[in-house]
Design a protein around this ligand. Structure first.
Ligand code: BES
Ligand code: MN
Ligand code: ZN
Length: 487
């Protein structure tokens, strides 16, 4: 694991392997940004940028020899984009792109703009998120940069920002690890064990319902979806309840440890990434752990409905009718629309506890990817909660966009035999799934986050985002909780 410390020394005077410097684009070519951290020693570098082919565009990372007078032998120049638009996310991405290029390096100094807490926190967070190695199953895994020194100024706020960045990035990276885990190893029971292990020695308590308890409790959705697998479903509840908490929030995360589609089997190509169908549950687990580690003054309960969606002689069939936790009957017309079934049961429990708001996060629909692409989450729900989540996502640098819940889509979910069916028309599939969930939240303030696309990166790495699990949602939900705590 990469360590990060702060230093008030000038970056050029620190003994290290490389110094990371930001370069922005201007009307007259590339320019160093935050060069105050370089003291008076940056002129030699500035003059050579254009000749080195350095553009300052995002995701361009160039490593060159450092000027003679610097303590470190190399400089990593990382693009931040237009200098007049350098915001927190531009810094996160530039820092992350740089640290992604540093695997195998021992010690790097970060000389990106970090003179206030917001900038320092962004650089630290981005750098630690970029310093992530996904290849844990490889015989020769890449080792991320060992040690980072953030060149900054003295200040309590700066240190607090660095502390927060370490905690947040640690939990985002741990979420990525869970998502990347082989589904042969990470199944409902082992996921539940993992949650208990992670919560040990923290202020988070964990409660697990096994199949017998789920059957007895009337969790028909979770039981139905889990029926096809020899590894039964679980409902894991993780709670952080500090004494001084005035507000309480519920987070529900879809935890399908592998989604084959069930008897409504997916084609092989669509199945390849379906180990990531528990990304919502992983994000919820680590958000609650992070909230506890940060000592947030709000209570948070995470609900993780975990199941493996497989076809077999014991699997649920298309046309089976199940009864959700609240008594609603559902005709399962498509066993691949399983997420909403497990979420519905958990949402019923979440709402019954009467929290100030409920958020759910789920790799719920392929339609989300069609509508918004693979980096932007769709946010639905009640007006205020939806707006609060979109604002939190914007602040965290996680792309998200508000989406409606057209009431007429409920017509498509009418069943001739039961209260509802679980899949409707193809058009507006993301919204239909949201409308299905809406039937189980009553009048609670609620937001639904569809992360089918942004939870998993099958393309190229960018900024601080690696290939594979991205950890999407942890920073948005944490920011949401922090904002509620402050309001
Ligand atoms: N887990 C999938 C959704 C998904 C698709 C996540 C692609 C990530 C990437 C979900 O369980 C699913 O299969 N949804 C169906 C719903 C349909 C049958 C109504 C879908 O989107 O096709
Ligand atoms: Mn499915
Ligand atoms: Zn699924």
């Amino acid at each position: 694991m990469t360590t990060l410390e702060t230093s008030t020394k000038s970056a050029t005077t620190i003994t290290a392997d490389v110094v990371v410097v930001g370069v922005g684009t201007t009307g007259h070519g590339p320019a160093l940004v935050g060069s105050d951290a370089l003291g008076r020693h940056h002129g030699a570098l500035t003059d050579r940028l254009a000749a080195l082919g350095v553009t300052g565009k995002p995701d361009q990372v160039v490593r060159v020899a450092a000027p003679e007078s610097w303590k470190a032998p190399a400089v990593v120049l990382t693009g931040v984009g237009p200098v007049e638009e350098v915001d927190a996310e531009a810094l996160r991405r530039a820092a992350g792109a740089a640290t992604r290029s540093l695997s195998g390096v021992g010690h790097a100094v970060l000389a990106l703009p970090a003179r206030d807490a917001a900038d320092a926190g962004a650089v630290a967070e981005g750098a630690l998120l970029g310093a992530f190695s996904a290849g844990t199953y490889r015989s020769e895994p890449e080792t991320p940069v060992e040690r980072l020194t953030l060149a900054t100024v003295k200040g309590k706020e700066i240190d607090a920002a660095a502390d927060r960045a370490r905690i947040v990035a640690g939990h985002v990276n741990a979420t990525r690890d869970l998502v990347n885990a082989s589904p042969g190893e990470l199944y409902p029971e082992s996921f539940a064990d993992r949650a208990k292990e992670l919560a040990r020695k923290t202020k988070v308590t964990v409660d697990v319902l096994d199949v017998a308890a789920l059957e007895a409790g009337g969790y028909g959705g979770l039981v139905g979806v889990g029926k096809g697998s020899t590894r039964g479903p679980r409902l894991v509840t993780v709670s952080y309840a500090p004494k001084r908490a005035k507000k309480r929030y519920a987070l529900v995360g879809k935890g399908i440890t592998f989604d084959s589609g069930g008897l409504s089997l997916k084609p092989p190509k669509s199945m390849e990434t379906m180990k990531s169908d528990m990304a919502g549950a992983a994000a919820v687990l680590h958000t609650v752990l992070a909230a506890a580690e940060l000592g947030l003054p709000v209570a948070v309960t995470g609900y993780l409905p975990l199941a493996e969606n497989l076809p077999s002689g014991t699997a649920q069939r298309p046309s089976d009718v199940l009864t959700q936790r609240d008594g609603t009957t559902v005709e399962v017309t498509n066993t691949d629309a399983e997420g909403r079934l497990v979420l519905a049961d958990a949402l019923v429990d979440a709402v019954a506890a009467k929290p100030d708001a409920v958020l759910d996060i789920a790799t719920l629909t392929g339609a989300q990817v069609v509508a918004l692409g693979d980096r932007t989450a769709g946010i639905m729900g009640t007006d205020d909660a939806r707006a609060d989540v979109v604002a939190a996502a914007d602040a965290a640098g996680e792309a998200a966009w508000p989406m409606p819940l057209p009431p007429e889509l409920l017509d498509g979910l009418r069943s001739p035999v039961a209260d509802l069916k679980n899949s409707g028309e193809r058009a507006g599939g993301m919204l239909t799934a949201g409308v299905f969930l809406q039937q189980f939240v009553g009048d609670a303030p609620w937001a639904h986050i569809d992360i089918a696309g942004p939870s998993y990166n099958s393309a190229k790495p960018f900024g601080y985002t690696p290939v594979g699990g991205t950890g999407y949602g942890v920073r948005t939900m944490l920011g949401y909780l922090e904002a509620r705590a402050a309001s």
